[in-house]
Design a protein around this ligand. Sequence first.
Ligand SMILES: [Cu+2]
Length: 146
Amino acid sequence: MRKTILVYLIVGLVLVAGLYWLIRRGASPGNSPPLTPLATPLTSALPNPSPAVSTEARQIDVTGDEFSFDPTLINARVGENIRIVFTNAGRFPHNLVIEGVAQSQIIGSGESDAFEFVVPPVGEYSFLCSVPGHAAAGMKGVLKVE
Ligand SMILES: [Cu+2]
């Protein structure tokens, strides 16, 4: 009885060893290519977390001409970062001044100027063009903070 078990064990071992050898032989040429593509996604995945940092300002485009702004109402939340891109679509020089908060440069026809600010406490802040006579002629708007 013990001898037959031993024989079965040896035959089994030889079969397992043979199978292992066959698998290794067959798999070795195909084994190395999957390993190299795996290494590249791992290294390229490393730089990804850095661009995910985004405390970027929310951009609002405002156009000014003779003599109005578009839009005339800007809604914002307290503490929000806002970037205003003011474009002069008129023929005269204009600017955009949010009174007591921030302002653009006075720019010529077809030009743009951008500025950023942190939205102030709750309230309504008027914005206007500070070129003499322009606000009175209609270059006015409101920044509404909630
Ligand atoms: Cu103006």
